[in-house]
Design a protein around this ligand. Structure first.
Ligand code: ZN
Length: 501
């Protein structure tokens, strides 16, 4: 058995090395590569990706998994080897069900569709991408149908980013959340809006970067095991447990952009950096789902980074760094500015209270498209109608409507958005559990001390990598299923101090 297990690990490590090399190329493409390198880089990444796919779907892996199954069944459920065999089998079975011809077709189509979107968006021309989107929908349905027996056609598409999560469960949870959020947004936006003009007073790039890096260090980001660079769209990528990269972007006219992007990506990075080194080189050496990953970025960006306690500690430091811009702005005004709530058209600019309304309506639209209840040609109008109903606003064009997010134009329809809101819900669920174990976490935050929270998250979430599905993890950590109450409580407590609720 040991020989077979070692053979499996050796093969998986090769796949992991190829994937890491692809990630290095992708990181370079988004940060330092000169524009003319794009074509050759695309070919290099495609070669590595197909090599990785070939090695992972090798029937020898299937055979080893079969032979190791009795060994796995004799182990405790949470042992590393049992989890490795379980997770590898699940990934392997998914990978072999999708024909290479579909993968090639989808990847070619995505590249063409993405290119068309980059031109259609500035031209406000939905018609130019309508046919591409129809093909995307057809291909997304084809993908789902490689997994017959699903309960909802979106389930196989959701299962990739959020394993084990089902459309029916997400729909129910989102329905409960929307019922709470719509009146909350109404109550808040009827009151005087916070003034966030101090955030736009002009902040030199180097100083912004230095401040963000200092907080990332204080959070526990080890810069011997990672680094931060700049890119047009901030992201986190991991090459190894000891080499995790984040990026940010800086606008001198908006203090919050770089800072909160850095805190967000630091949250993703802490998750990857906290994985047990024993899992290195296996499919377990990564965050378990898009939702759990997002729960960590949102914890460090919002629950901690936009809290009053955090700024009681950091605001005097920020004022010292930017005296001309902030010496006359009180902590209270600053705190209100970074937590301003408004009904806006753009998801990525939305505040904590309205953000999930943007996400949930996209999720519902994906389901309706997949179910055949909504046709692609009617999507722009359906988009506007949902914004009107949920947020009470109407975009003047499709640029800030159905053309605003890249997801459907560069990926599938289905599974693209739920992770953001699942992450917000889980962030409060996990933080609530951390507070039960350590009620002094908020006091420590007020002193710029994050070690207790970081260690708790590492012990309870990060170290496990992908050993458990998101639902298993939630059950282990909170003793129950996914629920929205802690998140609603968090929002109402925080915004109840800022507004009259
Ligand atoms: Zn994120």
């Amino acid at each position: 058995m040991e020989k077979k297990l070692n053979e499996l690990k050796t093969r998986l490590e090769e796949v992991s090395n190829l994937n890491s090399a692809t990630a290095v190329l992708g990181w370079d493409q988004a940060t330092f590569m000169p524009p003319a390198g794009a074509n050759s880089r695309g070919r290099q990444m495609a070669t590595l990706a197909s090599l990785s796919q070939e090695k992972f779907t090798d029937p020898a892996i299937g055979k080893l998994l079969d032979e190791l199954q009795p060994y796995a069944e004799g182990l405790p459920y949470d042992s590393d080897d049992a989890a490795l065999i379980r997770k590898t089998r699940s990934d392997y079975e998914k990978a072999v069900k999708v024909p290479p011809a579909w993968v090639a077709k989808f990847s070619t189509h995505s590249a063409v569709s993405y290119q068309a979107w980059t031109e259609a968006r500035p031209a406000n021309n939905f018609k130019a991408v309508e046919d591409k989107l129809k093909t995307t929908l057809d291909l997304s349905r084809e993908y789902a149908n490689f997994f017959p027996g699903y309960e909802h056609i979106a389930d196989p598409l959701i299962d990739g980013p959020d394993p084990g999560m089902k459309a029916s469960d997400i729909r129910r949870v989102f329905g409960e959340l929307r019922a709470q959020l719509v009146p909350l947004v109404k109550t808040i936006t009827e009151q005087a809006m916070a003034d966030d003009s101090p955030l736009r007073a002009g902040y030199p790039e180097d100083e912004q970067l230095a401040f963000g890096m200092q907080v990332a260090k204080d959070y526990g980001f080890d810069f011997n095991r990672g680094r931060q660079d700049k890119s047009p769209h901030p992201f986190m990528t991991s090459f190894a447990i000891d080499d995790v990269r984040i990026t940010t972007r800086v606008q001198e006219g908006d203090l919050s952009d770089a800072l909160f992007s850095t805190l967000h990506e630091t949250g993703h990075a802490l998750y990857e950096l906290g994985i047990d080194p024993a899992l290195e080189g296996t499919p377990l050496a990564g965050g378990t789902s898009s939702g759990v990953h997002e729960s960590q970025s949102r914890t460090w960006e919002n629950i901690i980074g936009r809290s009053r306690g955090f700024w009681e500690h950091y605001y005097p430091k920020l004022q010292k760094q930017f005296p001309g811009q902030l010496s006359k702005v009180s902590l209270d005004s600053f705190y209100r500015a970074i937590n301003k709530v408004s009904r806006s058209l753009i998801r990525t600019d939305a505040d904590e209270v309205t953000y999930n309304l943007h996400v949930m309506l996209r999720f519902e639209l994906e389901l309706e498209l997949l179910e055949g209840k909504l046709e692609v040609k009617d999507l722009p109008e359906a988009w506007h109608a949902r914004y009107q109903a949920d947020l009470g606003i109407h975009a003047p064009s499709d640029v800030d409507g159905v053309l605003q997010d890249v997801h459907w134009y560069g990926g599938a329809i289905g599974g693209e958005f739920q992770g953001y809101t699942l992450g917000n819900i889980m962030s409060a669920l996990f933080y609530d559990a951390a507070l039960k174990a350590h009620p002094d976490i908020p006091q420590q935050t007020g002193q710029g001390q994050f070690g207790t929270l970081h260690s708790w998250l590492k012990d309870n979430l990060y170290q496990h990598g992908s050993k458990f599905t998101p639902n298993e993890l939630i059950e282990r950590v909170t003793g129950g299923p996914l629920r929205i109450e802690p998140y609603i409580h968090y929002l109402k407590t925080k915004y109840g101090e800022l507004y009259t609720l």
